[in-house]
Design a protein around this ligand. Structure first.
Ligand code: DUC
Ligand code: ZN
Ligand code: ZN
Length: 463
C-alpha cells in the first residue's frame, strides 16, 4: 500500500518545509518535492501542516482511587482523534507480583487487541520488597525502561517513601531505567487535609488548599537531592507550579540529568475552576492541584528553556456523576484526575502556538519527538523522517471550534476544557500508514494499536 501526502508543510522539532511524504505500508519511505509514481491513495495537504503523531507519555487507563476505576484502553480512540498515536500507560505493580509480570498481565488483559493507538508502559513500584529492587534492571530487558514512584498519597498502597526512592534510584541508573516521581509531600498534605476537614471545609476547592505549591516544591527538591545522592537521572512528572519548576530548573541548569514534564491543564486551567458551584469543581480535582494563572507563564518558560521537555495529558477518565460524587461530603474522597487525552494537541496549538508562547517546531518537540526519546521509542516514533513509523497528523490551522464533551471519544461524562476555543483541527491521522481519522472522525478499528517497546537510557546519557 502506497499513500502519498502532497504539498503539506512538514513540521519537525527543528524546522518546517513544504514537501510530499510517501508512505509504504507502515513506514515513511520518501520525503521530497513532486514525488511521482503510482499510488493507492493521494491526500492533498496544501495549506495544512504535516505533524508527527503525538506521543503522550503520561496517561492513566488503569488508575484506581478508593475503588473508582478510570476508563480503560477501550476509550483510546480519543487519543487518535486528538492527534496522539502512541500512549504510555502507568501500570501499578500488583502486590506480591513482580514489576514485569504486573505489566505483562495488565497488557494481555487490558491493552492487547483493545487499544486503538500504539502503546507502551511505565512501571509503578508499589511493593518495595528486596527482590523487587533486584528486579528493576529486568524492566529494561523487557522493553519498559521507566519506573514511577508516588510521593503523594499517604496511606494509599502506591505511596513510596524516601527509602524506596533512594534505593530505586541507585539500582535503576546502571540499567538505564529512568525513575520518575510524582512529587508532593504526602505527610504535609495529610496534615492540611485533616485541618481543613476539621474546620468543615469539605468542598472541592479545599483540594487546592491542601496541596499548595510548597508541598510540590518540597518533594521535588527532596527527590532531586536523592537523585544527586544516588548520582542518578530523575524525571519529575506533571510539574504544575513555579516553585517546583525552579527546583527542576536549578538542577537542570547545573548540568544534572534532571528534567520534568508539565501537562496541558497546568498551562491553561486555573484553580478558580475548583470553586465552581454545584460540585462542578470536582471535575477539576487532579494532583498536583490546578494553580493560579501566574504560574502559566513560568511553565511556558520552563518549556522554552528546556527543563520541562514534554507536555502530557495525565489523562485520567473518572466520571463526574458517579465517581467524582464519592467525595460529595469530603473532598478527600474525590477521585484525583481528569480526562484530556483528546485535547492535548488542540490546547498546545491554540494557547501555545497561536498565542506566541512556542513555535510549531517546539510544539512538535514537546508533544511527540522528545516524549518518544524520553521513553526510548525514538527509533520508530515521534518524527517525520524516512524509516520512521508513518504516524502522521494532518492539521488544518484554518478551523475554529469550541471544545465540547459531545465531540469527545474518551467515554467520560465531562471535559475540563468545555467551552474553550480551539484553533485548528486534527483532520486526518495515520497510524503506521493506516488512515485512522478522516475529517476529524475516527475510522480505525479497536485493537489496531500495537505494543512498542522502549530502549533503556532514553531520558539521559549513561553517567
Ligand atoms: N494524579 C491525578 O490527578 N490522577 C492520576 C494520578 C495522580 O497522581
Ligand atoms: Zn501523578
Ligand atoms: Zn498521572
Amino acid at each position: 500500500m502506497r499513500t502519498l501526502i502532497k504539498n503539506g508543510t512538514v513540521v519537525t522539532s527543528s524546522n518546517e518545509y513544504v514537501a510530499d511524504v510517501l508512505i509504504k505500508d507502515e513506514k515513511i519511505v520518501q520525503i521530497g518535492n513532486n514525488i511521482d509514481g503510482t499510488f493507492d491513495k493521494i491526500v492533498d495537504a496544501k495549506g495544512k501542516y504535516i505533524l508527527p503523531g503525538g506521543v503522550d507519555q503520561h496517561v492513566h487507563f488503569s488508575f484506581e482511587f478508593n475503588g473508582a476505576k478510570v476508563r480503560g484502553f477501550e476509550s483510546s480512540a480519543s487519543a487518535a482523534v486528538g492527534g496522539t498515536t502512541t500512549v504510555i500507560e502507568f501500570v501499578n505493580q500488583v502486590k506480591g507480583k513482580g514489576l514485569v509480570d504486573s505489566i505483562e498481565d495488565y497488557r494481555k488483559a487490558n491493552a492487547d487487541g483493545i487499544a486503538s493507538v500504539d502503546y507502551s508502559f511505565h512501571s509503578v513500584m508499589t511493593d518495595p520488597r528486596p527482590e523487587v529492587f533486584e528486579e528493576i534492571p529486568e524492566l529494561a530487558k523487557a522493553g519498559y525502561p521507566t519506573m514511577k514512584l508516588f510521593m503523594a498519597y499517604k496511606g494509599m498502597f502506591f505511596h513510596a517513601d524516601d527509602d524506596a526512592i533512594l534505593k530505586a534510584l541507585m539500582i535503576a541508573k546502571d540499567a538505564g531505567i529512568t525513575v520518575m516521581v510524582h512529587a508532593e509531600n504526602a505527610d504535609a498534605i495529610d496534615v492540611l487535609q485533616k485541618q481543613l476537614v476539621a474546620e468543615g471545609k469539605i468542598e472541592p476547592y479545599s483540594h487546592a488548599l491542601s496541596r499548595p505549591p510548597i508541598v510540590e516544591a518540597e518533594a521535588t527538591r527532596r527527590a532531586i537531592y536523592l537523585a544527586e545522592l544516588a548520582e542518578a537521572p530523575l524525571y519529575v512528572v506533571h510539574v504544575s507550579c513555579k516553585e517546583a519548576l525552579d527546583e527542576v530548573s536549578k538542577a537542570f541548569n547545573s548540568g544534572l540529568p534532571i528534567k520534568g514534564e508539565t501537562c496541558s491543564h497546568y498551562l491553561v486551567l486555573d484553580e478558580s475552576n475548583l470553586a465552581k458551584p454545584n460540585f462542578e469543581g470536582a471535575k477539576y480535582v487532579c494532583s498536583p492541584a490546578l494553580r493560579t494563572p501566574e504560574h502559566f507563564d513560568a511553565l511556558w518558560n520552563g518549556i522554552t528553556r528546556g527543563s520541562l521537555n514534554a507536555v502530557s495529558s495525565d489523562h485520567c477518565g473518572f466520571d463526574w456523576k458517579e465517581q467524582k460524587h464519592m467525595g460529595k461530603d469530603d473532598f478527600r474522597n474525590i477521585p484525583n484526575g481528569a480526562p484530556g487525552l483528546q485535547n492535548r494537541l488542540g490546547v498546545l496549538w491554540t494557547y501555545g502556538v497561536e498565542k506566541g508562547k512556542i513555535t510549531r517546531s517546539q510544539l512538535v518537540d514537546i508533544y511527540a519527538t522528545t516524549p518518544a526519546k524520553n521513553n526510548g521509542l525514538d527509533y520508530c516514533k515521534g518524527t517525520i523522517e524516512i524509516g520512521y513509523d508513518a504516524d502522521i497528523v494532518i492539521y488544518d490551522p484554518n478551523c475554529k471550534s469550541i471544545i465540547s464533551n459531545k465531540d469527545s471519544l474518551h467515554g467520560v461524562d465531562y471535559c475540563p476544557y468545555e467551552g474553550m476555543e480551539q484553533i485548528g483541527r486534527v483532520e486526518k491521522v495515520f497510524l503506521r500508514g493506516n488512515m485512522t481519522v478522516d475529517e476529524g472522525k475516527f475510522i480505525g478499528k479497536e485493537g489496531q494499536g500495537k505494543l512498542i517497546k522502549g530502549n533503556p537510557f532514553g531520558l539521559m546519557y549513561k553517567l
